[in-house]
Design a binder for this molecule. Structure first.
Ligand code: GDP
Length: 451
């Protein structure tokens, strides 16, 4: 990547016919010149930084107006990327935006931005650290308020501070060790016990962060829960009740099967896609069989299958038949509905009893559901390392565990420094203090264009 060129992309969501405005973002040394070439501002308007200008974008022949726009100039370094940035606020909708973007890209010295390239420049120019750039991407993708809160904690620098503090503690120990390697005779003897204790304390803190991060995955990426049950046990009623809680913001999820009835809800901060697999029953009908194949696929890939029975009837052979259809290894929760009615003779093996009609047992159901997916108790969590950050924190912890083995074998000091350096490097890759091409690639390859 060449940071001396100027890049441009649509920075807002691109959805046909949606949104009143769209923003095209330019960043780089020619951003202002390109803005001036593309946007014609009437009257006397000064091109001052951090001010809004009003104008029109004309076609290449300068005869036809393509859009009426606002232009925001932010000269570096006071901009998102640290470079000169121009935002052109045009009208939403695919055609107008594309025409304006084409006009921009037709100018010399500018090219289309790669995915994540704006954020990458912001990191390279020291405007954002790596964990903050990741947090922005997570905030954009958040599907529940809690996911957004966790992303904001990252954006506020929470992860950066925690990891930097741990890394500095390791650097302190490394300094001590290195001094001993070089000038053993001139210095007071090193307290190996204390050093080891410090390394193991840092290791424990890293492991705790990794474990918290794993639990937060459900908040970040959500869970898929399949709902099965005989007709009339109250599946739709239960779904309706659960949907009345915090509503998910997302309506369209990419790659979801539309044949199954899917609803997106949020339970205790965890986004949940509920799949109603009503089609699951024996049939000769070919079309329905296709539906069934999909339902079974949905069951196999679900994080949890919720089997609903009618508590007023009790456990029946038909319920047992449904239970047998749930693929081995998929967590399941059996729920007896209609707790408000006179209960049937046999409730076994139902684990939770609810009334979809009146709401009794709703809280217990939610906790049991989240617990069965390993997603309970995400509420108190303040920070959540993503997968990349967790891999590196775990690698650092493993290096620190090796240092204990070295200590037990009574090896010389310079052997200790090897593992310690590994741990420090891994933590530096989390924060971006160690920025390699591979680190940048891993972080920014997942971003969308325009970020
Ligand atoms: P589905 O076919 O499994 O989706 O079942 P529905 O949600 O359509 O419910 C079937 C019938 O059971 C409806 O008449 C509901 O009003 C009733 N029902 C659902 N849940 C309850 C409940 O908790 N208590 C009582 N008394 N009736 C319920």
């Amino acid at each position: 990547m060449n940071p001396t060129d100027t890049i441009a992309a649509v920075a807002t969501a691109v959805a046909p016919g949606q949104g009143g405005i769209a923003v095209i973002r330019l960043s780089g040394p020619d951003a202002e010149a390109i803005g001036r070439a593309v946007v014609v501002c009437p009257g006397r308007q000064d091109w001052n930084s951090h001010r809004i200008l009003y104008g029109h974008v004309l076609d290449a022949g300068r005869s036809r107006r393509l859009d009426e726009v606002l232009l925001l100039l932010m000269r570096g370094p006071r901009s998102f990327t640290g470079e000169d940035v121009v935002e052109i606020h045009c009208h939403g909708g695919v055609i107008a935006v594309q025409q304006v973007l084409e006009r921009v890209l037709a100018q010399p010295g500018v090219r289309r931005a790669l995915p994540g390239e704006f954020s990458q420049r912001a990191v390279l120019n020291g405007r954002l650290d790596l964990t903050q750039a990741e947090a922005i991407s997570e905030l954009v993708a958040a599907r529940s308020r809690r996911a957004a809160d966790l992303a904001m904690a990252g954006l506020d620098g929470g992860i950066q501070q925690r990891i930097t503090a741990l890394r500095e503690r390791l650097l302190d120990q490394l300094t001590e060790l290195e001094a001993r390697v070089d000038f053993e005779e001139d210095l007071p003897p090193l307290d190996g016990e204390a050093l080891l204790l410090e390394l193991q304390t840092v290791r424990q803190e890293l492991l705790a962060l990794v474990a918290d991060g794993e639990r937060s995955d459900s908040v970040r990426s959500g869970l898929r829960v399949a709902l099965v049950g005989r007709p009339n046990v109250g599946k739709s009623s239960l779904l309706n009740r659960l949907s009345r809680r915090e509503r998910a913001i997302v309506t369209e999820l990419p790659g979801t099967t539309r044949d199954l009835l899917e609803s997106e809800i949020v339970l205790d901060g965890v986004p949940i896609t509920l799949l109603d697999t009503a089609g699951i029953r024996a049939t000769q009908d070919v079309v329905e069989q296709m539906g069934i194949a999909r339902s079974e696929q949905a069951l196999a890939t679900a994080d949890l299958v919720l089997l609903i029975i009618d508590g007023s009837i009790g456990w029946t052979p038909a319920d047992a038949a449904l239970l047998a259809r749930i693929p081995v290894g998929v967590p399941r929760l059996i729920v007896a509905n209609k707790a408000d009615l006179q209960q049937g003779p046999c409730q076994e093996p139902a684990e939770v009893s609810v009334s979809a009609l009146h709401g009794d047992g709703e809280e217990q159901l939610i906790q049991a559901l989240l617990g069965a997916c390993g997603a309970a108790d995400t509420g108190g969590m303040l920070l959540a390392l993503n997968e990349r950050q967790r891999d590196l924190a775990a690698a650092a912890a493993a290096a620190l565990a090796r240092s204990r083995e070295v200590a037990e074998q009574q090896l010389p000091w310079d052997f200790w420094t090897i593992d310690l350096r590994d741990a420090i490097r891994a933590l530096g890759e989390i924060t971006g203090e160690e920025l390699t091409e591979a680190v940048l690639d891993r972080v920014f390859s997942r971003f969308c264009i325009g970020k």
